[in-house]
Design a protein around this ligand. Structure first.
Ligand SMILES: *Cc1c(COP(=O)(O)O)cnc(C)c1O
Length: 209
């Protein structure tokens, strides 16, 4: 069971350094508009096309939105993603890092980015392997001059996420990064306790998808 969060009170309930990202994927327009009315301004989407549908117009009505890409990015969507989003949290391979760096130059939109780490070493999940993280980070920062601000991860389902969260915190500190995006509806309190700075909440805010 996922405890429902009241969007009107959530920010008061969270420590002030925690950035709440409302995950609006698969949600109907009414719920997105209600969240905006309740004052939420940071939103996460995991598909570029759906994000454009949800946010291209609303972006013009609200000039204080921050849109986070939290799903895997395909090369052919890079241009649209750079144009729409304010942060990309899912840098997960060299090819996409290179394509993003080129596109950001082209659009002169240098977005802060997170590297996604495959912290549970799961074959079906995206993300950089822990062992490859230092060299991948160097590639992004030194070779591509990307603005890497933090790490992001989704720990394995149906396991206690805490050891994974703690390892993510260590990796973040080790690279001297300040931001750490982890924790969803089920486990955001644990994530905060382990050092998350960004939590990504869908179901607990909006209800089931
Ligand atoms: C869908 C999604 C979330 C939100 O999940 P909930 O369990 O609904 O809170 C968070 N992060 C990512 C990457 C997602 O795809």
């Amino acid at each position: 069971m996922i405890a429902k969060i009241d969007p009107a009170n959530i920010r008061k309930a969270l420590p002030s350094h925690i950035q709440l990202i409302a995950v609006s994927k698969n949600q109907p327009d009414e719920k997105i508009d209600a969240a905006l009315q309740q004052g939420l301004r940071h939103f996460g989407e995991n598909k570029v096309q759906e994000a454009i549908r949800h946010w291209q117009k609303r972006r013009l009505q609200y000039n204080d939105l921050t849109l986070h890409l939290i799903g895997p990015l395909q090369s052919n969507k890079v241009s649209e993603a750079v144009a729409l989003f304010d942060t990309i949290q899912t840098i997960d391979r060299k090819k996409i890092a290179l394509a993003l760096a080129d596109e950001m130059k082209k659009q002169a939109r240098f977005l802060p980015c997170f590297i996604q780490v495959n912290i549970g070493d799961e074959p079906q999940k995206s993300g950089i392997a822990v062992d490859d993280l230092p060299s991948f980070y160097n590639y992004c920062v030194a070779d591509l001059k990307m603005d890497i601000v933090g790490l992001m991860a989704i720990p394995p389902l149906d396991e206690n996420p805490e050891p994974y969260f703690l390892q993510m915190k260590k990796l973040t500190d080790h690279l001297g990064l300040k931001q750490l995006s982890m924790g969803m509806s089920q486990d955001y309190q644990q994530a905060i306790a382990c050092g998350a700075t960004h939590i990504r909440i869908g179901t607990a805010l909006f209800g089931e998808r």
